[in-house]
Design a protein around this ligand. Structure first.
Ligand code: AHR
Length: 614
C-alpha cells in the first residue's frame, strides 16, 4: 500500500530525461542524418568503390587527378569505351539499401567532363528492377571544373528497403572519354524541412520520447582513436565539400574502421536541439583519446586544445563581431546557438586518463569560465578530483553493466552532496546472468526503470540522464558488435523498431512532475520500486516490478478520482527487435475504489499511473 503525500518533497530537474548521441552504429551517417547514399564523398584511407556498381558498359575507378576540393581528394571516374551506346552510368546501394518511402527526393552531385545532354536519376528495386522514381534532366558540364547539379523529383513508394539509386547518361556523347563525379547525395524530405537535416522516420520517434537534452558529439566518438582523429568541430562546419572525412571509433563486423563523412556537423546538431526543443550538452576534447593508452596530453601541450575549445565556444556563442561568430554567420547561421552545458572530455576515470584528469579539467574549466562565466561545466567523472572541487561544477557518472548493478544503484544518489549536481548521460543494462544482450529484454528494461526511479527520486541532484547508445543501423552496427541500443532501424517502410527500454524512457519522460513527493509504504523497496511526483493538474506514480510474481498495489492519493494507467509488461526475456515488436505499452482508464487505485503489476512490469487532480 502506497500513500502519496500531496505536499512537501523535493524539486525535480526539468531536464531529467534526454538523449546521448554519437555517430556509432551508423546512427548518424546512414541513420538519423537524412542523406541516403553511402561512400558519397569517397573519404577514408581506402574507400574503394563500396556501395557503387557500373550501369552498362563503363569502367568505374577512383580518381586522384580531379579532386572536388582538398577535403574530398577522390572522385569517381566513369570511363566510357569507344563505340559505347545507350544509357550508362553507375549505381549506389545506400547504407545496406535505400528506404524509398517518401513522395519526393532531392539528389545532388558534382560533375566534371565534357557533356551536354540528358542525365537520368532513378530509384530502383535492387532485385525487382522496378523503377519507383525516374527523373530526366539536362546537364551541361565541362572538363575544366566541377558543376553542381541538384534535382528534385517525385517518387512512388517501394515495398521494402532493398533499393538502389542510379545515375545514367548518354554513352555516345562520352564514348572514348570519361566523366568525374563527387559528393553524390540523395535526401528524402527532412524533419522540419531542414537542409541537410534529420531523417523523419527516426527523428519522429525521438521527438515522441519528449526528451529534454541532447549530449553530443560523444562519447568515445568525440575522443577518437588518437588526438589527430578526435572529433574536430571546425571540420564539421561550412559547405559540405569543405568537410573532410574522419575515422570513427569501434570496428564494423568486417573489422574495418568506420569512416564518417561529417555531413552532420556542429550546426546540424544545434539545429536538432532547436527543432526538438532540447537543451544542448556539448562535449569538448580534453587530451584523452580512446586508443591512446599512456599518451594523454597534459601541461603546456594541452594549450592548443584549450584554445580550440574556446574557438568552438566563440563559434557557437559569439556574435558577428567576433572571429568565429562571423565565421558561423558566413555559414548561414547569423544567430548564436543556445548553450549552457559544456562537458570536459568523456569517461576520464579510465586508468590511463584518470590520474591527470584534475589537472586537465581545471585547465579547461578555468579558461572557459573566465571567458564564459555563465556556462555550467560538467566533469566527465567524479573520480580523481582534488578534495576541493571547483564550485558550481556538475559531474557525469556512466553505468553499463548487468541487471543487478542497476538494482544495487537504486539508492546510489540518496546521500550525495546536493552542492554538486550529477548527470548520468550514459547507462544501459547490457547483460543478464552473464549473457550479453543484443537488445534490451524486459528484465533489463525493468532493471533500468529501477535505476531511473532512483534518479528521479533524487532529481534535485541528478539533473540529466540518458540511455546509450541511442540508435543502431541493422546493416552497420559497431558498438562492440553485439550490445544493446535503444532504437533499431533498417530501410524498410516500417523499419524503425522500438525496444522495451525505449518505451520505459518514453513512459518516464512523458509523465513528469515538477516536484517529487514523499510516499509512505507498508513494505520495503523490492521487488516493487516506485516514485511519485506532482505536475500542475496531475500526480504521477511510476512503478517497477522486478520479479516474475504478480504484485497487487494500492495507491492512495488524496483529491484524485480518475486516472490513466500505462503498463509495459512481458516475460523476463521478452524483447522487441528487428522486425518484431511484441512488447508494447497499453494505457487504460482507472478509477479509485474506497480511496485507492488498485493496480495489478504482472511479473516484469513497468507502469505509470497518471492520476487527475479533482
Ligand atoms: O555508448 C557507447 C560508449 O560507451 C561511449 O562511446 C562511451 O562513452 C562509453 O564507454
Amino acid at each position: 500500500e502506497l500513500t502519496v503525500s500531496t505536499t512537501g518533497g523535493n524539486h525535480s530537474s526539468p531536464y531529467l530525461y534526454g538523449f546521448m548521441f554519437e555517430d556509432i552504429n551508423h546512427s548518424g551517417d546512414g541513420g538519423i542524418h537524412s542523406q541516403l547514399l553511402q561512400n558519397n564523398g569517397f573519404q577514408g584511407s581506402n574507400p574503394n568503390l563500396t556501395a557503387y556498381a557500373a550501369v552498362g558498359n563503363v569502367n568505374l575507378t577512383l580518381d586522384t587527378v580531379n579532386p572536388l576540393s582538398t577535403a574530398l581528394p577522390l572522385s569517381l571516374r566513369v570511363a566510357v569505351p569507344a563505340g559505347a551506346s545507350g544509357a550508362v552510368g553507375f549505381s549506389n546501394s545506400g547504407y545496406w539499401g535505400i528506404p524509398v518511402n517518401a513522395d519526393s527526393y532531392v539528389s545532388a552531385f558534382y560533375i566534371k567532363g565534357d557533356y551536354v545532354g540528358e542525365v537520368t536519376v532513378r530509384l530502383v528495386g535492387a532485385s525487382s528492377g522496378t523503377a519507383y522514381a525516374t527523373d530526366v534532366f539536362n546537364v551541361t558540364s565541362n572538363s575544366t571544373q566541377f558543376t553542381c547539379i541538384e534535382t528534385k523529383f517525385q517518387s512512388a513508394q517501394a515495398p521494402d528497403g532493398n533499393n538502389i539509386w542510379t545515375l545514367t547518361f548518354d554513352a555516345p556523347k562520352v564514348a572514348g572519354n570519361a566523366l568525374y563525379f563527387s559528393l553524390i547525395q540523395l535526401y528524402p524530405p527532412t524533419f522540419q524541412g531542414r537542409t541537410n537535416g534529420l531523417k523523419p522516420s527516426i527523428a519522429n520517434v525521438l521527438q515522441d520520447m519528449k526528451a529534454s537534452f541532447l549530449r553530443f558529439p560523444g562519447g568515445n566518438n568525440m575522443e577518437g582513436n588518437s588526438a589527430s582523429s578526435r572529433w574536430k568541430w571546425n571540420e564539421t562546419v561550412g559547405p559540405l565539400y569543405t568537410r573532410p572525412g574522419r575515422q570513427g571509433i569501434y570496428r564494423t563486423e568486417t573489422v574495418v574502421f568506420l569512416w564518417l563523412i561529417r555531413e552532420q556537423g556542429l550546426n546540424e546538431y544545434f539545429q536538432w536541439t532547436k527543432d526538438m526543443d532540447l537543451v544542448a550538452v556539448l562535449g569538448v576534447w580534453d587530451g584523452l583519446s580512446l586508443a591512446q593508452s599512456g599518451n594523454v596530453i597534459t601541461g603546456d601541450a594541452l594549450k592548443p586544445y584549450i584554445q580550440d575549445a574556446l574557438n568552438e565556444l566563440e563559434y557557437i556563442l559569439g556574435d558577428a563581431s567576433t572571429t568565429y561568430g562571423k565565421l558561423r554567420t558566413s555559414h548561414g547561421y547569423p544567430n548564436p546557438w543556445s548553450l549552457t552545458y559544456v562537458e570536459i572530455g568523456n569517461e576520464d576515470h579510465w586508468w590511463y586518463g584518470g590520474p591527470s584528469y584534475a589537472e586537465r579539467f581545471t585547465a579547461f574549466h578555468d579558461a572557459i569560465k573566465s571567458k564564459y562565466p555563465n556556462l555550467v561545466i560538467i566533469a566527465s567523472t567524479d573520480e580523481y578530483f582534488p578534495v576541493q572541487k571547483p564550485e558550481g561544477i556538475w559531474m557525469d557518472y556512466h553505468s553499463y553493466g548487468p541487471a543487478e548493478k542497476f538494482i544495487n544503484e537504486f539508492n546510489k544518489f540518496d546521500n550525495f552532496d546536493r552542492k554538486f549536481p550529477y548527470v548520468v548521460t550514459e547507462y544501459a543494462c547490457v547483460s543478464i546472468d552473464g549473457a550479453h544482450l543484443r537488445q534490451p529484454t524486459m528484465q533489463a528494461s525493468v532493471a533500468e526503470a529501477i535505476f531511473m526511479i532512483g534518479m528521479e527520486r533524487n532529481s534535485d541532484v541528478v539533473r540529466m540522464a540518458a540511455y546509450a547508445p541511442l540508435l543502431q543501423n541493422y546493416g552497420g552496427y559497431t558498438w562492440k558488435n553485439h550490445e544493446p541500443n535503444l532504437v533499431l532501424f533498417n530501410n524498410d517502410p516500417n523499419g524503425v523498431f522500438l525496444t522495451t527500454s525505449y518505451y520505459v524512457q518514453q513512459m518516464f519522460a512523458t509523465n513528469r512532475g515538477h516536484t517529487i513527493l514523499p510516499v509512505q509504504s507498508d513494505g520495503p523497496f523490492g521487488p516493487v520500486y516506485y516514485v511519485a511526483s506532482k505536475a500542475s493538474s496531475k500526480y504521477y506514480v511510476k512503478l517497477a516490478n522486478y520479479g516474475s510474481s504478480t504484485q497487487q498495489i494500492q495507491v492512495k492519493i488524496e483529491g484524485t478520482n480518475s486516472g490513466l494507467l500505462t503498463v509495459l509488461s512481458g516475460n523476463a526475456g521478452a524483447a522487441n527487435t528487428f522486425g518484431s515488436m511484441p512488447v508494447l505499452p497499453r494505457t487504460t482508464p482507472v478509477v479509485p475504489t474506497s480511496g485507492a487505485f488498485d493496480i495489478v503489476l504482472p511479473g516484469w512490469t513497468v507502469a505509470v499511473l497518471a492520476a487527475h487532480m479533482k
